[in-house]
Design a protein around this ligand. Structure first.
Ligand SMILES: Cc1cc2nc3c(=O)[nH]c(=O)nc-3n(C[C@H](O)[C@H](O)[C@H](O)COP(=O)(O)O)c2cc1C
Ligand code: SF4
Length: 431
């Protein structure tokens, strides 16, 4: 199955220099930013609405609709979320490193569409190379008059600041990101009233969009709304970057339309499993997502709605594949440990509950588990995410706490026998 390349086309065609301004302009770059200045806010917002573009940061919120919610007060800000810390997700890194001018052009379009004159890109602290590449691209764009005062010879001013975070997962949550950008602790804000489009950075109206969302904008202008829609599935338009990792032969980022099946993604696109191994389960949308198993989900169509109806999410597109050598207790413990470590600590169910879940899973994995531990796990999980429902019914300020529940509800649902085998054999049956 071939990829449908849009945001990764230039890096595939010109791997040696896709990040340079020379290559970018030689392949049509910045022509859509120029056009956007002629189009103005209303036409741009309408175009992005009609294109059906959904945000690629995890929540899949319609981008055009978000833009139309932006409060009229000014100044307003655009913030690009390049914090990319969801375990398994590594697509924004590739876009930043290998096509940073595409992002800069998308920023110009989004800024014009929202009548914004200051944009920030918040880059994950560990992404030193992507941040350097982006910083250089921004400087080159300033140098050619595409950023700064009177961009492209118009009377429109646009300043862009690249800001490196300190490497905290929670700063990917948009309101924690805004707090961090303002110089405060990276802690999510209570909502309402702090929806960024109404009250965001420095209390002003703010659009927060993901790197991949913004990188799609030059293509939407070039193809038109219909052209963009046609590339994808009627419900989920355009392309989607899947970061496939784990026990597949060909892990990597794949740009594909929605609507293919999980079987096609894992066995055709990602090359299937290692010799002699069988598929045990996979995480369809990053560590926060409930897991899928072959018996129930392999032939399911990959769309936002089909995945949601099946009790999970596509999130930011991180697909983690596990074969029959995987101990699910250990895998769940590892993921829960991540969330426990990254909890900002504001909410008791998250701060205490994630550590409890990690401790109980560790006890089971090490052979000191008791039969009652399955119920204790579920009880603690229920205190974080009531009823273990999907989407989660939260007791917390942000979805990080409930994210730690996903691996627990997945293994208790699909792999209870394996958990009990750990308990009865006083250790991991796979070791
Ligand atoms: C715990 C947590 C972590 C998140 N991490 C990221 C991230 O690393 N990158 C990102 O774009 N969105 C992340 N999000 C989603 C953002 O809050 C926000 O919805 C997104 O940046 C909006 O952009 P989009 O509409 O273009 O998807 C995270 C959300 C939560 C709750
Ligand atoms: S759920 Fe966890 S990470 Fe989110 S605000 Fe509460 S304590 Fe912080």
């Amino acid at each position: 199955m071939n990829e449908t390349r849009l945001v990764t086309r230039r890096m595939a065609d010109h791997p040696a220099d896709s990040h340079t301004i020379e290559r970018y302009e030689a392949t049509g770059g910045y022509s859509q930013a120029r056009r956007s200045l002629q189009m103005g806010r209303e036409r741009l917002v309408e175009l992005v609405k009609e294109s059906g573009l959904l945000g690629r940061g995890g929540a899949a919120f319609p981008a055009g609709m978000k833009w139309s919610f932006l409060a009229p007060a000014r100044p307003a800000y655009l913030v690009v979320n390049a914090d990319e810390s969801e375990p398994g997700t590594y697509k924004d890194r590739q876009l930043l490193e290998r096509d940073p001018h595409q992002l800069v052009e998308g920023i110009i379009i989004a800024a014009v569409a929202n009548e914004v004159h200051h944009a920030f890109v918040y880059v994950r602290g560990e992404y030193a190379r992507p941040a350097r590449r982006l910083q250089r691209a921004v400087e080159e764009a300033y140098g050619r008059g595409y950023l700064g005062k009177d961009i492209f010879g118009s009377d429109y001013d646009l300043e862009v600041v690249v800001h490196l975070g300190a490497g905290a997962y929670i700063c990917g949550e948009e309101t924690a990101l805004l707090n961090s950008l303002e110089g405060h602790r990276g802690e999510p804000r209570l909502k309402p009233p702090y929806f960024p489009a109404a009250t965001g950075l420095y209390g002003k109206p703010t659009i927060v969009n993901n790197v991949e969302t913004i990188s799609n904008l030059p293509h939407i202008l070039e193809l038109g709304a219909d052209g963009f829609r046609k590339l994808g599935h009627p419900e989920d338009t355009g392309t989607f970057l899947f970061s496939v990792s784990g026990h597949v032969r060909k892990p990597g980022n794949y740009e594909l339309p929605h609507g293919i099946t999980w079987r096609e993604l894992i066995f055709e696109v990602a090359g299937g499993l290692r010799e002699g191994r069988t598929l045990k389960c996979w995480i369809p949308g990053g560590a926060s997502a409930p897991w899928f198993v072959p018996a129930d989900h392999l032939d399911l169509e990959i769309t936002k709605d089909a995945t949601g109806r099946a009790g999970s999410m596509l999130g930011s597109g991180a697909v983690v594949v596990m074969d029959d050598t995987t101990c699910v207790v250990r895998a769940a413990q590892r993921i829960v440990r991540f969330f426990a470590h990254e909890s900002c600590g504001q909410c008791t169910p998250c701060r205490e509950g994630t550590s409890w879940l990690e401790m109980i899973l560790g006890r089971i994995e090490e052979g000191a588990g008791r039969e009652v531990d399955v119920d204790v796990l579920l009880d603690v999980a229920d205190n974080i995410s009531v009823g273990l429902a999907w989407p989660p019914r939260m007791t917390t300020i942000c979805p990080l706490g409930p994210s730690a529940v996903s691996p627990v509800s997945s293994i208790t649902r699909y792999f209870k026998d394996e958990i009990m085998a750990h308990i009865h054999q006083a250790g991991c049956p796979l070791r």
